[in-house]
Design a protein around this ligand. Sequence first.
Ligand SMILES: Nc1ncnc2c1ncn2[C@@H]1O[C@H](COP(=O)(O)OP(=O)(O)OP(=O)(O)O)[C@@H](O)[C@H]1O
Ligand SMILES: [Mg+2]
Length: 501
Amino acid sequence: MKEIGKIADGATESIASVILYQGVESWVSSEELVLVENGARTPYSKVLGVLRKGLGRNDFLNTSYYKPELAYVKHGGEPSGAREVFSFSVLVIGDVSQPGAVSINRRIISPGSKVSVFDTEDPLAKYLAPTAKLPRNLMAGLDRHGNWAIPADASYIPYHVGVYGTTGSGKSWLAKNVLIPFYLQNGYSVLVLDWSGADYAQELRKNSIPLSEISMGPNAVFSYMSERTSGFFSNRNLEAVMEELCDDWENLAKMGSEKAFDQIQKSLNAVNTNRQDYQMAFNVAKRRFLRRLTPQALEPLMGKKPIQELLNDLSKSRLIVIDMSGFRSDVKLSFFLALADALYSKMSEGEDMSTSIIIDEAPQYSPFKPEGLQVQATDSLRDLAALGRKHKLNLTLLSQGIAGDIGVNAAIRRNLNTSFYGRLHPLDVVGQGGAKEWLEPYGITPEYMLNLQAGQFYFAGLMNPSFMPLLLYFEPNDELAQLAEQLREGGKEKEVHRAGR
Ligand SMILES: Nc1ncnc2c1ncn2[C@@H]1O[C@H](COP(=O)(O)OP(=O)(O)OP(=O)(O)O)[C@@H](O)[C@H]1O
Ligand SMILES: [Mg+2]
């Protein structure tokens, strides 16, 4: 520990400011953790805090009124340091007087109290980790202290996770390097929905399966067709015939797309409505339908592996990436709906899932204003989130924005109780429901969020044992590739369990 200064006038229980000793400003920086020995003369408690919002003042250099020193500086003179004061805000994490855990600090911080910064001793392991119900380390360290692993409370994994940051802020890498290994190490199986196929499937080739191999099931095929034909061109007869055909989709899929198309055509040609006007309308709709749902358009629906089987595979191999590249959004969403259905019914039967679903590009499923299949996807996500908490199902949503046009739908966002905020888009920082509202109470200003580098994220919410968001940085590593390899070789949980760095 290194003593850096004393608490200034105007401190409260939750925030104080520290006047730095001469020269300390040259080496101490924001986001460092500090210990306040509370009590100016006789310390009576210990308070853990984090430095934010640095401030440098020099009364001589105040430009709001004229004084001789200003004229001197104006002509190139050296300003006097006599009235120079450097300070930081100390955002209180909690009272750490009792060994073992952090509790809420309810005592006023006494001006004049001594403040020291942690340099070698790891305060996270000592104070924060024991506060968690199920403490486990993330494979990420406190920023600039890579060897102080960030503790997380694994019991909150089913309370869902949101990862936010502009493009290139390192969201997908955070998932690969930190979150997926964390879930695996805590006994969860992980299913990654790789929207573009570029972020996970290539790296984890041996664990990935193309969407084209998966059978969508009757409901998803029916919604896909409905979506592509604007509700079967509003023709009830066409809808009814197709609904029946979809019920037997498994057999049609076995035939391949050309034969399935022939079969559909045959069934539609055999329809007789017994009323001339109905028949005419049906014929028009039928022709349009066959022009739209060509064998080529049916191709994505020819997968053979039922979702149930996919989930069984998942519980064995523990990590599967679905490569969704090359498909239209409506196919991807239809698949998601079928997957959500399968997960939901498993949970309704009381099954414990111990599964995490990683949804990259989450606004593709559930944006600010859902349209078409996104409306159902949003409902499904909300239902999964609610039921998931009781059945160990984790949803991890990655998004370039938090709120508004580039964000995740508010109904879903409310269910994500742990958040990682990386570098944000300026619009998102200040917009309503954006990061400013979430983080400014903790001394994290918009400038902080705009200037983060790839791999730096503020970790906030239930999984963080401290209510105070902390800045983490993860070093890219190949842990996940190694874990995947071990899991494929049938490695037991014990073998894959590694401590964070
Ligand atoms: N921890 C890190 N340290 C250094 N560089 C990193 C780190 N994480 C990510 N990067 C760099 O940032 C790039 C973008 O990362 P990533 O693909 O995870 O961004 P993203 O937020 O998912 O972007 P998008 O929204 O476009 O998908 C990586 O290719 C890598 O070069
Ligand atoms: Mg990404």
